[in-house]
Design a protein around this ligand. Structure first.
Ligand code: ADP
Ligand code: MG
Length: 373
């Protein structure tokens, strides 16, 4: 039996703009990042027995492929979900060992979950020659999260983690899954992430709630106007007319979604024209929408974006990811990074009594086999 090991390198992701838009039929602009989860796999010669070790959680998950069931431990379900999903598509799985080590911060909005699901699925696909396509790996990851973890996430995180390309953003149509790579050339500027270290784990309920609010509102809009059930078909005047029937909360959610869909195409144009000032303004507007209309920010994120606005060498900033914690993304001049990080740390720690961490990132390649872990 072949006991040689394979190592998979699976990235987290950023999203430049288009937040909470993947499940609202819009376009998004993510990239895989240069922070990874490493998953080392080998067959163990058994028919059904599997063990998966997470270094970061200091725990081992032991499984029998014939007796898969949901676990009461959160991290188990991402993996059990992937195994269930693969089972539905292929009969090729056998016993294996998997060892996980990660440099992606957990629960911080850079999608350690997608790196885990997609890296795990990618590794099993290679180890057992299952012949699943990249798109199937993406769908397996998303389905695992929906059905076994319970987060009704869009497709963006998994898509970016698998399809990332160094130096590029992915302009992804979340309805058709057509995509275009757009070079991310920021010149003297860079992407700086500030991590509030407020984990967004408790936000799962609110995330699903937003999704439900949008779906219900879209139903009403589509019935009223006889349009396709997609926010990309909704025009501002439609919202004004139906607004009173929606209720104030739903009206605010829809207003954000329509504006954000438009902002993504403005951002693509700005990038292509190298207009970073415009891009930065769009980021600030997105944050305002997420905070006031979509209501997925938190005091820590709002504080950091306000601080960014006080720094002339930052062109734009916004919360990134599901919200309620996690990171802000800052479009900042490279020379301003050290002083701003220092100032932000002092201010944040004195305001919230919590530490702030940071990292700079650039777009990296998607999930792939690696020589080293
Ligand atoms: P994000 O995707 O923004 O990091 P999520 O809450 O969606 O946040 O996913 C985080 C979850 O993914 C963790 O709570 C854990 O269950 C799982 N996870 C992430 N990294 C690891 C790891 N190294 N080992 C085991 N599970 C992990
Ligand atoms: Mg996640």
């Amino acid at each position: 039996m072949d006991r040689s090991e394979i190592i998979v390198k699976s990235p987290g992701r950023i999203n430049l703009i288009g937040e909470h838009i993947d499940y609202n039929q819009g376009w998004v602009l993510p990239a895989a990042i240069d922070k990874h989860m490493f998953l080392t796999f080998r067959k163990n010669g058994s028919k059904n027995h599997c063990s998966i070790i997470s270094d970061d959680f200091g725990e081992t998950l032991s499984l029998n492929l014939e007796q898969l069931e949901k676990s009461d431990k959160g991290w188990h379900n991402y993996l059990i979900g992937v195994l269930f999903e693969i089972h539905e598509r292929s009969a090729g799985l056998e016993g294996f060992e998997c060892h996980i080590r990660s440099e992606i911060p957990v629960g911080s909005g850079v999608s350690s979950s997608a790196a885990l699901e997609c890296g795990f699925a990618f590794g099993l696909n290679s180890l057992f020659g299952l012949k699943l396509s990249n798109l199937e790996l993406v769908q397996i990851g998303q389905s695992a999260e929906h059905r076994y973890v319970g987060t009704k996430c869009g497709i963006m995180d998994q898509f970016a983690s698998v399809q990332g390309k160094a130096g590029h953003l992915i302009h992804l149509d979340c309805l058709t899954l057509d995509f275009e790579y757009i070079p991310m050339d920021l010149g003297d500027h860079c992407i700086l992430l500030l991590n509030t270290n407020v984990a967004h784990d408790l936000a799962t309920g609110a995330y699903n709630e937003r999704r439900q609010e949008c779906e219900t509102s879209l139903d009403l809009l589509a019935r009223t106007y006889g349009i396709e059930k997609s926010f990309r078909e909704v025009r501002p005047h439609m919202l004004e007319t139906v607004g009173t029937h929606l209720g104030i909360k739903a009206y605010k959610r829809c207003t954000y979604v329509i504006a954000e869909i438009a902002r993504v195409s403005e951002a693509v144009k700005a990038l292509k024209e190298n207009d970073l000032k415009k891009l930065g303004e769009l980021l600030y507007k997105t944050h305002e929408g997420l905070s006031i209309l979509y209501e997925v920010s938190c005091p820590e994120l709002d504080f950091l974006v306000r601080l960014a606005k006080s720094e002339p060498l930052i062109l734009g900033a916004r919360m990134m990811g599901g919200g309620f914690g996690g990171c802000t993304l800052n479009l900042i001049h490279k020379k301003a990074v050290p002083a701003f990080v220092e100032r932000a740390k002092v201010a944040y720690e004195s305001e919230f009594g919590n530490s702030l961490s940071h990292f700079q990132t650039v777009p990296g390649d998607g999930t792939a086999l690696s020589q080293t872990s």
